[in-house]
Design a protein around this ligand. Sequence first.
Ligand SMILES: *Cc1c(COP(=O)(O)O)cnc(C)c1O
Length: 527
Amino acid sequence: MTMNRQGRPSVPQQTTAAGHETFTGNRALTIEEPLIFETGRLDVTGVDLYAQEETPARLGGLRRRTAPHLPGLTEPEAVRHYVRLSQKNYAIDTGLYPLGSCTMKHNPRLNEKMARLPGFGDIHPLQPVSTVQGALELIHLVAEGLKVLTGMPAVAMSPKAGAHGELCGMMAIKAALRARGDARSVVLVPESAHGTNPATAALLGYRVESIPARADGTVDPEAVKAKLAPDVAAIMLTNPNTCGLFERDIIEIAEAVHAAGAFFYCDGANFNAILGRVRPGDLGVDAMHINLHKTFSTPHGGGGPGAGPVVLSEALAAFAPLPWVVSGPEGFDLVENADKAGGAHPFGRMTAFHGQMGMFVRAAAWMLSHGADGMRQAAEDAVLAANYIRASLSDLMSLPFGDRPCMHEVLFDDEFLDGTGVTTLDFAKAMIDEGYHPMTMYFPLVVHGAMLIEPTESESKASLDLFIATLRDLAMAARRGETDRFAGAPRFAPRRRLDETRAARQPVLRWSAPAPVGPEPARDAAE
Ligand SMILES: *Cc1c(COP(=O)(O)O)cnc(C)c1O
């Protein structure tokens, strides 16, 4: 294998169906795409510029003395580069995306149309409120909708992701404890939790204590009670949990937590399974983030914008962060300062402005176009689809917690691969060859070789049937000892199997110019 200057394999190892490498390295109409710095010429530019006029230098010593060494490309070259990169994305818009614990939702095109309306898309957060009444009304509408759907009295709209919402909710808890002069130092987190839960608690200076999972995959209220002590600030619990199971003892757990003077943070990333069926406020939750990008259809992934509003109980509402929207006889207004907070004690701000406006618009479009019955049906369809997959595969693939109904995602383990020489990783990579993004692997950690499958509620039965048939075929191939199909997988992807650990631990993120260009010694172009 040859490496390019950056240590990436540059000559593709893939071979054509006939077993030959191609001359170009392209694979049919899948074109190899080098870095733009490798395609571009550093000493040319793709556009004609007028000769530079002498202008007085006002930058003093900060003035650049060497060329920036940006890659020079013609317009068609630049267009092709970015179009090819965009075609390398696998997305919910290109195929079924069974990633568990992530809820890849279909984003109706209507949402995009609404988000681009000039009255929402072209406004600025610093505009006078009198000129953005419609935008404020929309934030208010989404906020009220979230309060109704969760049965909670308050919501902070500004957090920009689930993890950011966790931070917000836990900061509200910390502020409430501080207000009553109660310095508690421990946060309880079940061992099946998403990694962001202990990370959030640790970031706020709490000591994290883990609660073991029961044999059935849920949290034992007795195990929680055994850990509850005067120094416990909160428990962070996910419901439905990351094993795809509903925590049936959640009310008993909430009561025990409250009796110990602690708060109940619920990770609401899986709210899409119970939307319209269960109100977290009725379960004793004090704070819960909602991933709009998992439950209310807005796009997700690739580092794009998320939105993680946090609903808060009566006990925490007064500590919600600024700003928030209020509606009065004069129209809508923004409360931006603590002295206008009407007796509340906001703990501060999470973001510079109001949150992800575009995501609020998409969420509002989804809520209004579905209506109450439609949202409830989306949750029911998500659960139905996951159970259809579970029931259709349970004779071939192993279920760690027995063959009982799941919520919106179904968890398999690797027991069915025992003795085949095929691992969960091999199985997932073979799915890529079949045209599927793999499911979530090796998470949650409480299950050996976990495979967590979450179908989107908008998948048709035909689409689920093909997915099921594919997994059945792979499971039978593994049992028949067809290890070639797995060991080398993916065989048909632009890149074969990568050393993912090394890629994560030692990422090569910086491009270095190969040789000095121009009269003066070149600095690192990316510096
Ligand atoms: C996705 C997820 C999070 C984090 O949400 P982000 O928006 O990715 O920050 C937290 N907990 C659970 C259970 C999740 O599935």
